[in-house]
Design a protein. Sequence first.
Length: 205
Amino acid sequence: ACAPYRRLHLCHHNLEKMGTEKIDNTHKLLAEVCYAAKEEGESLRSQHGQHKGTNNESQLCTVLARSFADIGDIVRGRDLFLGNTYESARRKQLDDKLKEIFKKIHDDVTRGNKGKTNGKVPENYYREDGPNYYKLREDWWEANRKDVWKAITCDAWGNTYFRATCGDNENTTIRTPSRCRCNDNQVPTYFDYVPQYLRWFEEWA
């Protein structure tokens, strides 16, 4: 699937420039990812009215959800976007940085840690996870996606998600009251669990 125009200009420059020497734990990585999400959210909000045109079905929350999911794919090491030779090299460089950072996090959670991470014993579950650390990256995203969603929707005042997804009971779910957010900080979208190529097909449709 061809990447949509929105993906071509995803705001993750700070991630590309981050130094792996300083980003040595999960909290520092989360700060960088949230900053990238906030910048992306501001960029999309400022351009949405212009590009929406006469398409009244275009919703800012949906656009934000698509970029949120793309950020999730980058973090988890499964982004399909290649671009031209220069962009492809930058993408590989970013993924190499993320692998280096997740190696540090991996070493931390498996070094004599007798606690549990996501209900799994780190020493056993993550032992053979390198060099890509897909399991750890997946669990990291699951644990932190709500904070990334809060960051990307920071300036989405007065916008609601296109369908009722707030709440645990499907019979009583409601739409997001404001800023594309549920009251309990529940993430209203599951786009980040839909394969990227399927999301892109739908976006082009």
